[in-house]
Design a protein around this ligand. Structure first.
Ligand SMILES: Cc1cc2nc3c(=O)[nH]c(=O)nc-3n(C[C@H](O)[C@H](O)[C@H](O)COP(=O)(O)OP(=O)(O)OC[C@H]3O[C@@H](n4cnc5c(N)ncnc54)[C@H](O)[C@@H]3O)c2cc1C
Length: 434
């Protein structure tokens, strides 16, 4: 059995090797560290085998003058941080975990706390070397096989097996982060604070309480940050933080509406009411969830899903408010509800972000999960938004189609490079992408 990060299991097995060219020869899907939450990295039920690039993790070249890196697709963000922070370079995007590979970062066009400033990972990629469904190995870039390049960024591994990636990393003044944390009493002030911070800080994000009583709905903790200047930075290079793990899968009663509400009140309460500034360890700021190795055991035997969507700017704060209220009413309330800004849509034909507000909530995959996702999707479609494929497990094909007018253009490229639909996943079958 295999699973994504949400621990929702599907049939199949993984084949991993340092020689990613060899294992992708007959494969119908490749995956990385399986940090996508749902079924994106699970093979189609009739295929049963997925290649893993996670052991193919070498840096092939680095040009210090331009910051251009070429690395194998299994090279992880963790390795990138550990190799480059000490040299005053950083990844061009700041997603919420560092346990992801270049293959996964391209395929999901991952975005981070800096999407409003730097776009998705794809915007920083110059070239991808990949094995197509035909078995041929080709290069895709903005000037060579440009259609393939655009369909591969955010294309969830369905255009080809990514072998290596050439991308740029920016210089940073120091590897420490200067941050400000501020409590926001309700959703309106939270959203206004996010907007204001976006103009001044490269990193913005925060957590909101989706269970607070009427006047408190959406109260939250807003964080903004930037790389610290050398005179502010702590001495030395940040050392890896300790990561204790949960000893076992927690019983399901551990996560209930009552415990989640109590956690939300506690988390809000421990943050001081006035604004706080400090210089933080980059792992603590960028990857708070990575602090517990296997936090995905929290949700019990049946696992969980993360519902992440983006609500377009045109829907305004009222749109976000109506969505968060619905989240509360449906019972899809979570311990870690994250709201952040998204900048402009990128080049990737299926990339998730569009200018607007991203809302993410985790909830247990129990009896009502399908109904909750259907209800949220119904409203999201009315608002003109879309879900993030890397988190999704329960969206229905007919709903997904209504969310993204770009699907036909993506399918056309898919047919060009994979006319028999060889490359596929459990997710692509569910969403009728292949
Ligand atoms: C705690 C946590 C926080 C997260 N925060 C964010 C966030 O802030 N922003 C964000 O964008 N995402 C976030 N994610 C999601 C994560 O970044 C993506 O799901 C990413 O794709 C995972 O990378 P991976 O290497 O684990 O890929 P996998 O999960 O293994 O695979 C993801 C997809 O990429 C494809 N793929 C992977 N490698 C290859 C390859 N070599 N060739 C072809 N296809 C390939 C797979 O087929 C699959 O479709 C988060 C996940 C977790 C667990």
């Amino acid at each position: 059995m295999l699973s994504g990060w949400g621990r929702v299991f599907g049939p199949g097995r993984e084949v991993a090797s340092e020689d990613v060219e060899a294992i992708t020869r007959d494969a119908t899907l490749t995956r990385g560290l399986a940090r996508s939450y749902g079924d994106s990295s699970l093979p189609h039920p009739s295929d049963g085998v997925v290649a893993s690039c996670r052991l193919a993790d070498r840096i092939l070249s680095f040009d210090e003058a331009s910051g251009e890196v070429k690395a194998e697709s299994g090279f992880s963000l963790l390795q990138l941080n550990r190799t480059f922070w000490g040299r005053n370079f950083a990844a061009p995007v700041a997603p919420g975990t560092q346990f992801i590979t270049l293959g996964g970062m391209v395929s999901a066009d991952v975005h981070g706390k800096d999407h409003h400033a730097t776009g998705g990972f794809g915007a920083h990629v110059r070239e991808i070397r990949m094995r197509l469904a035909s078995g041929d190995i080709v290069t895709a870039s903005r000037t060579e096989n440009a259609d393939l390049f655009k369909a591969t960024i955010g294309g969830m591994g369905l255009l080809g097996h990514i072998l290596d990636v050439t991308f740029k990393i920016p210089r940073i003044p120091s590897p420490w982060v200067a941050i400000e944390t501020e409590r926001m009493p309700d959703l309106e002030s939270y959203l206004a604070g996010l907007k204001d911070a976006a103009g001044r800080f490269p990193f913005t994000m925060g957590w909101i309480d989706t269970l607070g009583a009427a006047g408190k709905l959406g109260r939250g903790v807003l964080m903004r940050g930037r790389w610290a200047d050398p005179h502010e930075a702590r001495p030395g290079v940040p050392q890896p933080l300790q990561r204790p793990g949960l000893p076992f899968v927690l019983p399901e009663f551990a996560i209930s509406r009552m415990t989640v509400a109590a956690f939300n009140s506690f988390y809000y309460g421990i943050h001081p009411s006035s604004m706080r500034r400090k210089v933080a360890h980059p792992e603590a700021f960028f990857y708070p969830l990575d602090a517990i190795r296997n936090w995905n055991l929290l949700y019990g035997r049946r696992g969980f899903t993360q519902y992440q969507c983006v609500i377009p700017e045109a829907a305004g704060p009222e749109g976000v408010k109506s969505f968060v209220s619905l989240l509360r009413r449906t019972g899809g309330s979570s311990m870690v509800s994250v709201i952040k800004d998204c900048g402009d849509e990128g080049e990737g034909l299926l990339s998730f972000p569009m200018r607007g507000t991203s809302v993410a909530a985790d909830f247990p995959a129990r009896e009502r999960v399908q109904q909750i996702v259907d209800t949220l999707n119904g409203h999201l479609i009315e608002l003109g938004g879309r879900i993030y494929l890397a988190k999704d497990r329960f969206t229905r094909a007919e709903d997904y189609r209504k969310m993204d007018a770009r699907i036909d253009a993506w399918k056309e490229v898919k047919r060009r490079y994979d006319p028999k639909g060889r490359l596929r996943s459990a997710q692509s079958a569910r969403l009728e992408l292949t």
